[in-house]
Design a protein around this ligand. Sequence first.
Ligand SMILES: *[C@@H]1O[C@H](CO)[C@@H](O)[C@H](O)[C@H]1NC(C)=O
Ligand SMILES: *[C@@H]1O[C@H](CO)[C@@H](O)[C@H](O)[C@H]1NC(C)=O
Ligand SMILES: *[C@@H]1O[C@H](CO)[C@@H](O)[C@H](O)[C@H]1NC(C)=O
Length: 970
Amino acid sequence: MAADRTDLCRLSYICGVLAVCFAGFCWCQEVKTVSVFENADVGTAVVNIPLLFSITVRVPTENLKAELPCSVLDGDRYGRFAVNENCTLVVNNPLDYSVQSEYVLKVLISGRVHREVKVRLQVHDVVGYPPVYNITCETPTVKQNGERGTFLFQAGLQVEGVTSDGDVLSAKVRFPKPNWDPGDPLPSDHPQLIVNTDNGDCTVDLFWAVYQAIDEAIVDKLWLTKVHSITCFSGPASDRNSSVFMINLIDKEANYDPRLSYVRENVPDSWMESDFQKYIVYSSLTTMSGDQRRFVCQLPETMPSIKIRQSLMTVDIVAINYVWAEIKPVGCPRGRYGWACQNICICRNGAYCHAFNGACKCQQGWTGVACDIPKDTVSVVATPSDPRDLYISGNVTLRCEVYDVDVVTTSWIFPDGSAKTTTGADGTEITISDIKTTDNGPYICQVNDSRGDVFKTDVVLNVDSCPPDRTGQHCEDVCGCRHGASCDRWAGCVCPAGWTGRRCQTACPQGTYGYGCRETCECENGACLPSDGVCNCTEGWFGQDCSKPCLPGRYGWSCHQICTCKNNATCHHVDGTCKCTPPWTGPTCKVLEGNQSNDPPLTYFIYVVLIFVVTFCLILLAVLYRKRRVTCRAVDDKRETRLLLELELQRLEEDVTESLQPGWLKRWERKPNCLSPGIMIGMGMFGYVRRSQLRTPEGEVTVAAKSVRTEDAQCYRDFCRETAILVTVHEDKDHKASESNIIQLLGLITQSPEKFILLEFAPGGDLLNLLLSHEYQAFKECAQLVTVVIRLLRYAEHVSCALKELQRLRIAHRDVAARNVLITRGDVAKLADFGSARDVYTTTQYVPADAQSNVPVPLKWMALESLESRKYTCQSDVWSFGVFLWEIATLGDEPHYDGRLHLTCPELVVLLRQGVRLDIPRECPTDLYGIMTSCWAADPSARPSPETLIERIDKVRMDSCLLVEFETSV
Ligand SMILES: *[C@@H]1O[C@H](CO)[C@@H](O)[C@H](O)[C@H]1NC(C)=O
Ligand SMILES: *[C@@H]1O[C@H](CO)[C@@H](O)[C@H](O)[C@H]1NC(C)=O
Ligand SMILES: *[C@@H]1O[C@H](CO)[C@@H](O)[C@H](O)[C@H]1NC(C)=O
């Protein structure tokens, strides 16, 4: 009989179909086998079915569009495959050889007559697939606060070298966030870097094609001096076998190099064929946990001296004191993985997704590479699916899903033993709202089918954490953690390294650092940074632990200063004072006070960073940055017009654009070669700030050179705004730079590819940092707090003077906050950052205003009307000034309304409209709080003028002086 059918089938091919088919169904079936790799992407076409069986199908036309010509009838329980309108079988969900290695699909081909065919799909095993979920390098999930993207690793790097003339050059780089959105694909202009984190064994492989001429020259030199690899260690010197990584230089032409084959497997062919680069840097590192580790790199004895040509001068680095790199895997935002968190996870049903390779760790009851295949015929799906999203007082829904079972009854059995039974497949969902710890336990779903079989599955609820930012047995307290600390139900704030205190508000005491301030600092002659114990050498010292005094003939900070002592006098390495040999006297040991040595102390702008070629991987991220930075706008002679146009486009600052006199840009332009950039003192999205020397006709002055990433539209706008405002202020005939409380502008460099705003250097740093320093935080919980605050009010007076001046010029600052107030020479506070250079010192204070505009704004400092309509006036600056006073009175607390640190713009507007304001700080004199609240009047015209502010603050200071005197005399 079977033979007959087959014959009939053959016949049907030859003669037509009617003879062998009844009621539209053809009963001859033929099986064809095709194969597919288990790692085939979703959407991959496997085979065209009619073609496979040599059948002609009419592709649906207009009138037939409701019906697909082909459909899968059977053999694909979990929907791994689908057929499209062309009858092509495509992969519809991820395959997994270990779960199912063969599918026999029964496919119905509709047409004038229907035919059923069978396709046997063999899934091929692929080595290394599915990816392995390795717990060893599990990372936490990064909270994405609408900020820009993030790297899987946090990395930092420091290098110090000595030049042939004794100058000490150091470079310290911390790699900030990538400045592309996590939703975007990676910028395409990075063909020179490949980072593999998908090895399943916690290794990170890094390959970098050395392109730039200067880098290549250095690599060439290293290669020729037989420096082919550099080894870096972490941990104590006694235990140097573990935690090592090597940086390998690989010469593509050195065919004998055994490492070459590994590199070849991992890089694109174009790298190997390219004529533009000869070297590849390859490095591999195994990470173990989320802890930060510092690697100290051992430099080879044969290290050659490195010459770096920088515009007019050549610098010869004769010795590298140390190189170290720091690395910490920090994780990706939820649902992303890869070194730049650029890939989207496929994990389903609450599976954890590994940040390294996207491997899924399935929740109970699920299997498959994407955890989307039920392990049993009954499984439970929880919403939210990720246990990390569950907390006390939250809600969870459990749904019992049934596959291929003829359900008669469904029952839920609760942790307390009670049960709820329903007939049919309805009512299979239960919701537990306002979760309490007593709700924890197993929830069993039991299904009885028509044949009397019983299927059971369970899910265990184990909710033990508080809602975000809540702590305590009953989650009754707000954590309010500072400095990125996480909030734990039992432990409260879990402080990051370098911070301590209940809310992690206090920096580690001097001499200690790390988690819980448990580590003792090993630096000599200088303070160590509390976060990581890095030595921050004071003047006259250098070296990894700051134990080396400057070489003879040099002194000062980083040995940048050249001694001026004459006649064999010795010069003190800290301050350069001369110890004369008789009979010479005088400050420089010259009998005759002749002409001063007019050698300017040389500070070089050096990319010692370039030695990074030989250091660690994440350097390479810097390359990404540099790459993005060099695509600057071409300099044209219509720049002035263009800057103005930019301001006009923003429809802002009419007063500024009107008051700028033609030629303003030229009047402030300085020559790039007059600037000798020095150490980096701030870094952010906008670029960075370096303490630098500017040569002027009057002599050399120290400036803060703020570089601007002009290729980023927002940075460019901020740059335009800041330059235009500062020039307006400084060109105003009544402005006296020496007396003003607005940061002094010393020049602009806009005609070189790298653009700078040159500002007065503020040795005291910004006020927020000062408030958060140990010096002040020590007073936080003690009785003298009020005295300290009153003393700090002098800065508030200075800032109100700046506001007064801005009001006269009708300019709104828009971001009056402690972080934007700098403490300059003579302990004078000055208002800075007119461009809203949003992240010079911090990023956490700024949040994107809304979904449409990605421009971050300082919500919690903004006046009600600015929040509602983005309108900024001198009165809205007064509101921010009130918040600024609050920051002073709380010694730098982050403002929080109604006990909440994180508020969206609409939430904040509602609160403020209800009359909610910042609470009175502890120990704050009521008349000071009175000033603050007057600044926060909803009606802008009801807020005090800067003059009134000056008077009222002065009064608070005077009154309290009397009070203090009175108290002491009693
Ligand atoms: C089906 O085939 C037509 C014509 O060959 C093609 O234009 C169309 O894109 C195909 N559709 C799919 C989903 O592959
Ligand atoms: C996880 O990574 C560690 C560290 O490299 C490795 O020793 C271990 O074999 C890995 N585990 C699995 C399951 O691959
Ligand atoms: C939980 O559900 C209740 C309604 O059942 C709702 O009012 C409440 O807002 C929900 N809570 C959360 C945290 O979603």
